[in-house]
Design a protein around this ligand. Structure first.
Ligand code: FAD
Length: 736
């Protein structure tokens, strides 16, 4: 294979692809990495290594080839668009097999313990001054060790995945085979079929096969049929002794490489994240997270925990991983999970499988022994699970709270540990959970004054305030709010928003900064605009590009996010006249791009933006025109606005226009221009504006709104409804 100069990685946020990105970048290839979900600190690590991290599958320049994660199928439009252009698209494993074919390769394979053993081997080689290139399928607990590294003229130590069939492409110098247990049942119908995939790899191994003595792995293959050397190590036969077995495997692999690792103190190995990770420990409770997602792994992990803290009861929270595996191994799962004193289940994490009731957590319940079945519940809500686990046990009892699985229960595990560490103080738990999940450029502040962030300039502080630097951080913030029951609110430019004097007890999010202010031409007549872009900047950019239809945005002092939420409009145009699609972060944490025609939009309202968070939108022009003509139209609208609206601090129109009437005119007719409540005054220029003369409080603004509303109702029988929004409150609380 010719070394590509530029590659695009699709699905690069996962623990298979991110190490590959690091490896290729180190090899001098320009890497662009796309995923709709990156987590911290991985995202920052990739950027720090010079990798271009993309929020959309559109690279800055055409790649020589595309590498996709197995989670993205061949027929995915993101993949097809490249293959149609004639760009080679590889699965991760296929690419790696070709790319490393001329290197000295040590492959670590097996059903269980690959990641820890590969990480341990890489670490141990480093300890004895024999650094290698490597790709490990997990992150190290020591954050200074990256999961992928390229080094010239060195061995490549590689965790080879059997789950997607790409194992077939590898012909390593050395194979370290750990074990063979039926798994990935969607690909391998039986243990025999899986063993065949390993056997074929052994047959392709050039120098040495390292294999546990006397285990089933030793029986996989006949030594006579192989051309390579054999080297064996003695595994510990007790399932709880798997860590010692791993270190023996590492020493044997070192021996095959000609490196003596027998003097390494393996107790110093920092370990891999999500593997036996102790998240919190007191004298009465120990909270541990582990990636075990196969019955054999569960048996090993639970037996080890029993031995380590024999006087602690076991509270196990298990999230089944993949419907196919859960269905095929349900009986064995139930058997191993019955080691728990208390069991709590989470719904099956499908990975990329469709829901299948036969592999659901509900189905698994049916296999449990009656002792557990009758009191095991399935939790979709973190606070309910937390309540079920309960506080630390009383004086005599002790427990271990074990979060077990390979899905997304990691968040619950860490959230639970944060609660425990904080002694149940919600806000402390919230910040200690969230802060390490955010990139360093995201702002997270406590007790932030909000008045200056609005055009009205009134109101108190928010308990928390965040300016996420990118969409992953935004997603982490929203998830944390959901987990800890912290209320959240959005603020754009604050030009249609009143902050109550008592402030806001939750977290306020502002999409500020370059990431959210993108305005980029997409086609001849459209722009993609970030929710944090100011409307007058959008208007100016469109004008420069000769795009018509954006002129009305000029004098609206908000952001696109606020304009989408409000369907802001002026002089007969509305924001949604321009919208082709909007991408939203929805309350369930998913990101969806929704066509404008499918959105529920009305006068100063968009349901999806009300319920979720608008992230960006594609806006289509009415047509093209000479930019001077557009400028002229903008100037005309601006002149009209200047002559009809006050310039002092305000929130724009306070009330919605009732059907076929003007709220401003109605207020003027009842003689309220100039009406005052402290520093808040009904504008003399436009009666639907309340202005802050400098020292108004929110209470005064709200009192004036009530008075105006009451007066119009008494005179005209018309009940004006506020257009301006009130942070964290409903107008009903004040106006009814
Ligand atoms: P904010 O005021 O910050 O927020 C408004 C609402 O949107 C809030 O509920 C907020 O939580 C929500 N929000 C903010 N960002 C997001 C997001 N990303 N996703 C989901 N929800 C979000 N309005 C008009 O329609 N036409 C006018 O001609 C007009 N003229 C104005 C003139 C003046 C002088 C002033 C002060 C205001 C005027 N307004 C007008 C009101 C205001 O500018 C618009 O409603 C604007 O679209 C609000 O944008 P914002 O970024 O300031 O939103």
């Amino acid at each position: 294979m010719r070394k590509p100069k530029r590659v695009l990685l699709l699905g690069a946020g996962g623990m298979g692809m991110a190490p590959l990105a690091l490896y290729l970048q180190g090899a001098g290839i320009q890497v662009e990495a796309y995923d709709d979900r990156f987590s911290e600190p991985m995202r920052s690590q990739l950027i720090a290594e010079g990798i271009e991290v993309l929020g959309e599958p559109i690279p800055t320049s055409n790649p020589d080839c595309v590498i996709r994660s197995s989670a993205i199928p061949e027929e995915d439009p993101k993949v097809l668009s490249w293959s149609k252009k004639g760009v080679s698209v590889y699965r991760r494993g296929d690419f790696l097999a070709k790319f490393t074919s001329r290197r000295k390769l040590l492959a670590v394979v097996g059903s269980h313990g690959k990641t820890t053993t590969t990480g341990m081997l890489v670490w141990a080689l480093d300890q004895v001054g024999f650094p290698c290139s490597y790709l490990v399928g997990g992150s190290f607990q020591d954050g200074s060790l990256l999961p992928g590294k390229f080094r010239r003229n060195s061995w490549v130590v590689l965790e080879v995945d059997e789950s997607d069939g790409t194992i077939e492409g590898f012909s390593p110098q050395i194979t370290l085979a750990l074990n063979c247990d039926w798994d990935h049942v969607d690909r391998y119908e039986s243990t025999e079929k899986l063993a065949n995939a390993f056997r074929a790899l052994f047959a392709r191994t050039k120098d040495t096969l390292v294999i546990p003595n006397g285990s089933e792995a030793d029986e996989w293959t006949s030594r006579d049929s192989l051309s390579c050397e054999f080297l064996t190590f003695d595994p510990i036969n007790d399932p709880a002794g798997y860590q010692e077995t791993n270190s023996r495997a590492v020493i044997a692999a070192g021996k095959a490489m000609g490196v003596d690792l027998s003097g390494v103190d393996f107790t110093l190995f920092p370990g891999m994240n999500r593997r036996q990770s102790i998240l919190h420990q007191t004298s009465k409770r120990c909270v541990v997270e582990d990636y075990a997602h196969h019955p054999t792994e569960i048996r090993a992990f639970l037996s080890q925990r029993r031995i380590l803290l024999s006087d602690h009861s076991l509270q196990v929270i298990f999230q089944p991983h993949r419907f196919s595996r859960t269905q095929a191994l349900a009986k064995r799962f139930a058997e191993e999970l019955s080691q728990a004193d208390d069991l709590h289940l989470m719904p099956t994490y499908g990975a990329f499988e469709d829901f299948d009731p036969a592999g659901s957590a509900d189905a698994l319940l049916g296999y449990l022994p009656p002792r557990l079945r009758d009191r095991t519940r399935i939790f979709s809500d973190f606070s309910e699970l937390r309540a079920a686990i309960g506080p630390e046990p009383s004086v005599k009892a002790k427990d271990q709270v074990l979060f077990v699985g390979a899905g997304n229960l990691e968040r619950w595990a860490h959230a639970f540990a944060a609660w425990e560490k904080s002694g149940g103080e919600k806000h402390q738990a919230f910040s200690s959970y969230l802060a390490p999940r955010l990139s360093s450029s995201t702002v997270l502040l406590a007790d932030e004054p909000l008045a200056s962030k609005t055009t009205m300039g009134v109101g108190g502080s928010s308990r928390w305030y965040a300016e996420p630097a990118n969409s992953e951080d935004l997603r982490s913030i929203v998830e944390a709010c959901n987990l800890f029951g912290v209320q959240r609110a959005m603020i754009g430019r604050g030009s249609n928003l009143i902050i109550p004097d008592e402030g806001f007890g939750g977290l306020v999010i502002r999409l500020k900064g370059a990431f959210w202010r993108e305005i980029s031409p997409r086609t001849e007549d459209s722009l993609v605009v970030g929710a944090g872009a100011l409307l007058n900047e959008v208007c100016r950019s469109a004008c420069k590009l000769g795009l018509k239809g954006f002129e009305f945005l000029e004098g609206i002092p908000g952001t696109l996010g606020g304009a989408l939420r409000m369907n802001a409009g002026a002089m007969g145009w509305e924001t949604f006249d321009l919208v082709e699609w909007v991408s939203f972060l929805l309350p369930d944490g998913s990101v969806r791009q929704i066509p404008g025609t499918d959105l529920n939009v009305g006068y100063r309202y968009c349901k999806e933006a009300f319920e979720g968070i608008a992230l960006r939108a594609k806006l289509r022009a009415e047509g093209r025109s000479d930019h001077r003509a557009i400028r002229k139209a903008i100037d005309k609208l601006a002149k009209k606005r200047r002559s009809s609206q006050p310039r002092k601090a305000s929130s724009g129109c306070i009330f919605r226009n009732p059907d076929e009437a003007s709220a401003g005119l109605l207020i003027d007719q009842v003689g309220l221009k100039g009406e005052r409540e402290g520093g808040a005054v009904v504008s003399g220029k436009h009666a639907n504006f309340i202005i802050n003369e400098g020292d108004a409080s929110a209470e005064e603004v709200i009192a004036l709104i009530k008075r105006v509303r009451e007066r119009v109702r008494e005179t005209n029988g018309l009940l004006l409804e506020p257009e301006v929004t009130l942070m964290g409150k409903s107008w009903n609380e004040y106006l009814s």
